[in-house]
Each structure stands twice: as structure tokens, then as C-alpha cells.
Design a protein around this ligand. Structure first.
Ligand code: CA
Length: 513
């Protein structure tokens, strides 16, 4: 056994901030009672990997500090070396939205990063795709089976004739009818469908399949100036199902011909629109994967790209750290607006932000949503926050944006696609096979053990940061280069190699009828 391996097997913990009175155990599978760290601290109980141990005695009611922030208070006296599990922590109240500092600590602009490019598909509106896909929209769930039948035939009979087109993707969903279409919040699912159809990866070629009697008029999914983009099943000209499918095939082929003329060309990295998300988080998320993503996000921002982070319930408890970074008061107030909207949305449903943490999060060492949030927002890097998008709004700004979405992986992915995201970076500690048909997803593991075990599902291992084998900077640069490779089609992420993709999942905060 060489010295490096022996060193790795020594009991080790990570303390992130000098104010912290807890640290997390790094060793795979945890450490038994009696384990002695280099600092002299001895564990009084078994502590699972990623879980917290007290570095000092913590009195009943005293704050428990991680990331330099209070993640809760001790429900009973805690001794140095104890396992600080969720049952020993009382969660604090969420920050008061009326008392936040706005734009008080705006980071200075980061030095520009020149010369980085990717091979993308340029669109006439100036946007650039990372894939060349025919996306077929639908105005109502009623047509889903028909669309899938047609898409199966398009893939088998037409797609092979158009080799520059990567795929045909049916944009099916559960919305469109049986819904309060004029309720104020109905704008969220409607805007999402309108904007997804215009995602840069679809090359501006829009085709909508409609039933004909649904509440969501298909015209609403077609931008002004685009004609002949709707196939209505109830159209009296159609004599049977075969004729309807033929019409869809004809319309699809017309668009495949146009899309097939697209080829990849060298584009500046500033044309990228990158979405950031996490799912199946653990206590390492905020130590390895999210800091590496945050570093890569700073590089992207420096290169002039658009980057968005999301997941309101994973931001709410750290919002005081974000409003300070807002580039101006308008952006700061927009952050507060999105938090307040979500607070009232949750309250209407009789829930609060504590509904976020999953059993897997807790098993992975995250005691509560405060600890999860502090680790989650690290993805946003260190630049100023330059814009805020309401759910499903299209991004028009460059820089680091907050795109307000639920934390649900599929809903967040769907809303970021609507905001124009052309590639997503997804961090995971517990592991998930998550993927999107419309944009490549790079899955980043927080731990090397997961990256090894799921060698054919995880695209990038950030675990070396915890073991000290790699720095955040090195890992962040590696991830940045991988983003450029995947955006260029040079490297295919595992979800695309296997063809495993999650459904589009609309966020509909409005009533159904
Ligand atoms: Ca998520």
C-alpha cells in the first residue's frame, strides 16, 4: 500500500469555515467510535460518511454552525466527538424577507476570459444550440399517444434520411385542458410551453399537434409570423387516423429538411446558456461538486455566457447571502419577489420549505433545508447576480441569473429549458439517472465512491476535492472544459448514450377544473 492510500484511510473530516463548530466525516462508509483525527478529536459514536461530528462541546440551545452560518440550535447538550444527527438540531426560522440587505456586497466584475469556443448550431435569432433536434409541441395531453405513434414512425422512416438531425423529441405534457386557463398563475405552464418550443436546440422549427377543442389554443404556442405550424386532429379534412399521422409526417419532413442544413460551427463560449441543478444531494454537495460547479460557473460568466441557478426552496434559507450579491436594487427586489411568491404558494398548500429535504438527503448527512441551502447556493459561484427569471421566463441577460423554479428535478429541468438552457450541469450525492431529451446533462458526483460505482451513469467526479487529491480550481477547470466538449458534441453524456430521459414536467400552480 503506498503512502497516499494509507493517508486516505486515516480518519478525516472537513471543516469549511473557521467559525464552524461541526465538521463532516470524509471516509467512505463512515468511522467507528474511538476513531481519532489528526486534530486530536476522538469520535464518541459511529458517524456515517458525510455526517457531522461536533468539534467542541455545544450547550443546549447553542448555535450549530456550518459554512460559517447557523444551521440550527442544539436540542440537548452535544459533546465534542458526538454524531450531530438531524434529531439533535432545531431548525431556525427562514430569513425575514423584509429585513434583507439588497445589493450591499455586489462583487466586482470578474476579469474577462477570452478565446474559449464551442462547436454549436447557430440560429437566425442569434441563439446557438448544442444539439440539432426537431421538437414537436402539443397543446393538450389528448394528442400524446398520437404524437408518440407519429414520432416512432418519423424516427424509423424519416430521420435516417437527415443525418445532421440528432433526434425527434415529442414535447408531451399533462396540460392544455381541464385547467383554469385564465387563472393568474396559468401563465406559468403556458409561458413554459411557449418558450420551450423556442429553445435554441430546436433550431426555430416549430410544429404543434392539437386536438381542436382544448382550452389552450394551439396558436398560443406559435410565435407571431410563423404560419402552417399546427396539425389539428379534429380538422374535418382528415379522413381517419392514418391521414392525421400522414399530415404530421409531412410537416415533420419539411422541418427535417431545413434542420438538416444546420452544421456545427465555432461559436464563442459567450453563446452558451448553462443551467445548474442538484438532485439527490448529500453533505458533500456543498463541499465538492457544488464548489467545482461554482468555479466553472465563474469561468462561464467570465467568458460572457449565460448561467442560471434555480430551486427556490434550496435558496430560500440562504437568500440573505444572495440579495447582497444582486447587481442592482431591481434584481435584489426580484429575488425577494420570487421568494415571497413561493412562500405563499407553499402556505396555500399547507406546507413550508422544510417539505424539501428527502429521506436520502438526511441519510446523506443533510440535517435540514438550511444546511442543504447553504451547500446548494455554492453552485452560483462568486459573481454578481445579474438577473432574475420568473418560472418559465426566457433569459435575455448574460451573467449569473436566478431562474425561479421548484427544486423538483424534472420541473426545474423543464423550466430551465423554457428559459433557453442548452446544457445542464447536475450535481448529485446519492446518485440519479436523470437526463433530458432536449439538452445534454452532465452529471457530477459529489463522491468518488459514487462515481466509481455508477461509472456508466456519472459523467464527472468531483470527489477528489474531499480527499485532497484535487483542488476546487483544478476540478472547476476540468468541468468547464467538459462543458465545452459536451456542448460541441465531442463528448456524449451517459444519459444520452443510454437514451434515458425524464419527462417534461410542467409547473402548474393554477387550479385544474
Ligand atoms: Ca433538484
Amino acid at each position: 500500500m503506498d503512502q497516499d492510500v494509507a493517508a486516505k484511510e486515516q480518519p478525516r473530516y472537513i471543516k469549511l469555515n473557521e467559525r464552524d463548530n461541526v465538521a463532516i466525516v470524509i471516509n467512505d462508509f463512515g468511522l467507528p467510535a474511538g476513531s481519532r483525527f489528526a486534530s486530536g478529536l476522538t469520535l464518541r459514536a459511529f458517524v456515517p460518511q458525510g455526517h457531522k461530528t461536533a468539534l467542541v462541546d455545544i450547550a443546549e440551545g447553542a448555535p450549530i454552525v456550518r459554512y460559517g452560518e447557523v444551521i440550527g440550535h442544539a436540542l440537548s447538550p452535544i459533546l465534542a466527538g458526538d454524531w450531530v444527527d438531524e434529531a439533535r438540531i432545531r431548525m431556525p426560522e427562514a430569513p425575514d424577507l423584509d429585513k434583507l440587505e439588497i445589493s450591499t456586497a455586489v462583487p466586482a466584475p470578474l476579469p474577462p476570459l477570452e478565446g474559449f469556443t464551442f462547436e454549436g448550431f447557430r440560429n437566425t435569432d442569434g441563439s446557438v444550440g448544442t444539439k440539432n433536434i426537431l421538437g414537436i409541441s402539443s397543446s393538450v395531453q389528448c394528442v400524446k399517444g398520437t404524437m408518440e405513434y407519429a414520432v416512432k414512425r418519423i424516427r424509423a422512416e424519416l430521420l435516417p434520411k437527415y443525418p445532421n438531425v440528432d433526434d425527434v423529441v415529442p414535447l408531451t405534457h399533462a396540460y392544455g385542458c381541464g385547467v383554469a386557463i385564465n387563472a393568474p398563475d396559468a401563465i406559468v405552464p403556458i409561458r413554459t410551453l411557449q418558450n420551450i418550443a423556442q429553445n435554441p436546440n430546436f433550431g426555430g422549427e416549430i410544429l404543434v399537434i392539437s386536438l381542436g377543442c382544448e382550452k389552450l389554443a394551439p396558436e398560443r404556442l406559435v410565435p407571431e409570423g410563423v404560419s402552417d405550424a399546427i396539425v389539428r386532429m379534429q380538422d374535418e379534412a382528415f379522413d381517419g387516423f392514418g391521414a392525421i399521422v400522414d399530415a404530421i409526417m409531412t410537416q415533420a419532413e419539411a422541418r427535417l429538411k431545413i434542420l438538416n442544413k444546420r452544421t456545427r460551427e465555432t461559436c464563442p463560449a459567450s453563446a452558451l446558456v448553462i443551467g445548474l441543478q442538484c438532485g439527490g444531494s448529500d453533505a458533500f454537495s456543498g463541499v465538492t461538486a457544488n464548489p467545482a460547479v461554482g468555479f466553472a460557473a465563474d469561468l462561464l460568466v467570465r467568458a460572457g455566457a449565460t448561467v442560471m441557478f434555480s430551486e427556490v426552496t434550496e435558496v430560500r434559507d440562504a437568500i440573505q447571502l444572495l440579495t447582497r450579491r444582486a447587481i442592482n436594487a431591481d434584481v435584489g427586489r426580484a429575488l425577494v419577489r420570487e421568494m415571497a411568491w413561493y412562500d405563499s404558494y407553499l402556505a396555500r398548500g399547507g406546507a413550508d420549505r422544510s417539505a424539501n429535504t428527502t429521506p436520502g438527503n438526511k441519510k446523506g448527512g443533510l440535517a435540514n433545508i438550511v444546511e442543504k441551502s447553504l451547500g446548494s447556493i455554492v453552485k452560483s459561484g462568486s459573481s454578481a447576480i445579474t438577473g432574475v427569471l420568473a418560472p418559465g421566463e426566457k433569459a435575455t441577460q448574460k451573467g449569473m441569473l436566478f431562474a425561479a423554479t421548484p427544486a423538483s428535478d424534472f420541473i426545474c429541468g423543464t423550466l430551465q429549458l423554457a428559459s433557453g438552457m442548452t446544457l445542464q450541469v447536475f450535481t448529485t450525492g446519492r446518485g440519479t439517472p436523470y437526463g433530458l431529451a432536449a439538452a445534454p446533462v452532465i452529471k457530477v458526483a459529489t463522491r468518488t465512491e459514487l462515481a466509481r460505482r455508477w461509472k456508466d451513469l456519472i459523467d464527472f467526479d468531483a470527489g477528489g476535492i474531499a480527499t485532497g487529491e484535487k483542488t476546487i480550481e483544478e476540478t472547476g477547470w476540468d468541468l468547464f472544459r467538459l462543458i465545452l466538449d459536451v456542448a460541441s458534441g465531442r463528448t456524449r453524456p451517459w444519459s444520452d448514450r443510454w437514451g434515458i430521459h425524464n419527462d417534461l414536467t410542467l409547473f402548474n400552480p393554477a387550479p385544474v377544473t
